[in-house]
Design a protein around this ligand. Sequence first.
Ligand SMILES: Cc1cc2nc3c(=O)[nH]c(=O)nc-3n(C[C@H](O)[C@H](O)[C@H](O)COP(=O)(O)O)c2cc1C
Ligand code: SF4
Ligand code: FES
Length: 599
Amino acid sequence: MQAIWQAISHRAFHLSSARRFSRETNTVIFDDLRTIQLRHGFLPKAELEELSQRTQIPLYQIHSVASFYPHFYLTPPPKAEIRVCADMSCHLNGAAELRADIERRFANSWAEDVQIRDVSCLGRCDLSPAVSVNDHIFTNVTPAQAEQIARSAIRGEAIHEPHSEQTRVPCKSDPYSEAQQYGVMRALTQTKAWDDVLQLLKAAELRGMGGAGFPTSLKWDLVREQSNPVKYVVCNADESEPGTIKDRFIMTHLPHLLVEGMIVAGLVTGAKRGILYIRHEYHHQEEILAEEIRRCYRAGLLGKNILGSGLDFDLEIFVSPGGYICGEESALIEAIEGHRAEPRNKPPFPGQAGLWQKPTVVNNVETFVNVPQILARGVDWFTQQGVGGSRGLKFVGVSGHVSHPGIFEVPMGTSMRDVIFQHAGGIPGGRQLKAFAPSGPSSGYLPASLVDVPLDFKALAQAGSMLGSGAVVVCDDTTCMLDMALNAVRFYRNESCGKCVPCRVGSQKMTEMLVRWTRGGLPDSQYQTDLALLDELSEAMSLTSICGLGQIVPAPIQSVLKHFRAEIDAHVTKGQCPSGICFTLAARAGEMSRVGIRP
Ligand SMILES: Cc1cc2nc3c(=O)[nH]c(=O)nc-3n(C[C@H](O)[C@H](O)[C@H](O)COP(=O)(O)O)c2cc1C
Ligand code: SF4
Ligand code: FES
């Protein structure tokens, strides 16, 4: 418990940022919840009742927020809470076996001492398998290491999370030497040429890097033309989709470009306040950005009357209370406001009515980082960085079955073959490439025969996939694609916020169906019924889910049906897993416990 307290208390700087919102709006209760949790290690009922009386927020509302986020505990946690990431990249690198081994090692332990469970992607996909013990993340973990760390926690000893990325890596994307940093915004505070910025971003055809690829100049223009004098700029650094690790790298190595991109967005749109929303598992990046922000305040680049220009812009960090759905822009806004992170119905879009119903720019980390590059070096430079007609540079995270998993800065338009074989070192152990997900579960899986597809919005869409957030997950020829589809669908099922029925019920139904398929032995009539139901469910979810999560749930299994149909048929009709994955006892027991079916 002491370790959990330490994990929370070292982040006091950021909690005070949230407190400023709290005073303004009386809606944010995270600050109070965190203070209570810091005192007790969890949220005792009596404390919640006292909070309700003090703030006049109904108890049910406080409870509904506290119970939504994985970061809050309503009951005392064990001394060591071990969570094993079960998602794509970790799954490909032995997470199920790791968890089974850890469970064996603690088979005779008390529940007050240790609890072991799955957790969604921890943002360390390149260093898989990843495990968290009392919110401290450990990577490339062996069962013996996990046991040792957990036993230290049980003894009440402090445990420390290692930082793997200490030294800054020079990036092509950085237009500056150290002395030149923030040159673009310095010039803008003099010229105030806001229209030119929008024109340049439009000419560069900069598109959002968070997944949807929306044109950035249009979004900024929309916010700029709103008459409301209060506006916000929000950076989405939630990055929680399995395989997505590029923003972690960018925040580590290019924090000044991110901060500058956000300031430029504020100046151009007339927003005076920015919020950098970061996932709570990125402690190290949070520290780097907090230091960068402090540096900017000291240099007069942030705050009132920036560099004597008469312009104001404040920037704060907001640490996410957790959950993949918080990355959806309207859910993220709800979280900042202190509510459950449930996506809003759209329209209106955040550009019209976002944070506290004010016009709000929400952009991804990489999108903001592209802005100073384009403004400093010009549209021609940006255009020339891509290959084969694509524009700009792109950060891609590559994980799964590759020799050198990591984050690579490549020209947009680079072929997936080069990304996987040149940059990430190809498939280890003399195995062959079988499939790859161009961008985590949401992109579905493409077969090795399509490995020459370029890293590009249009080309990947034509291949039936998407560029998404550039999270390439690679599967070698030992992989069972039905198992991978199930893994992806289960992730969505676990992370569905439950607000709308198609997603809440549909993702569970789909998970149950795929579990049934992995077990095999289905009569043909049942298989045909399942296939028809799957299509119906997919259509209903795509058309009627409130947000992108529910719409994308069918993508992994639909792609596997398209490209690996024979493999699914072998499971269902012949009871054979060609890769020998689905019929191992460990795999079956693992899957069944996760969907609530007893073996
Ligand atoms: C379930 C879900 C999760 C998302 N997670 C992220 C995320 O972690 N980071 C991100 O930038 N965008 C994420 N998005 C997309 C955002 O809603 C939004 O489109 C994006 O932040 C806009 O920034 P951009 O235009 O710069 O891409 C997510 C969308 C959905 C539906
Ligand atoms: S689609 Fe899923 S995640 Fe999105 S609002 Fe509906 S239930 Fe929530
Ligand atoms: S850390 Fe396990 S899939 Fe990302």
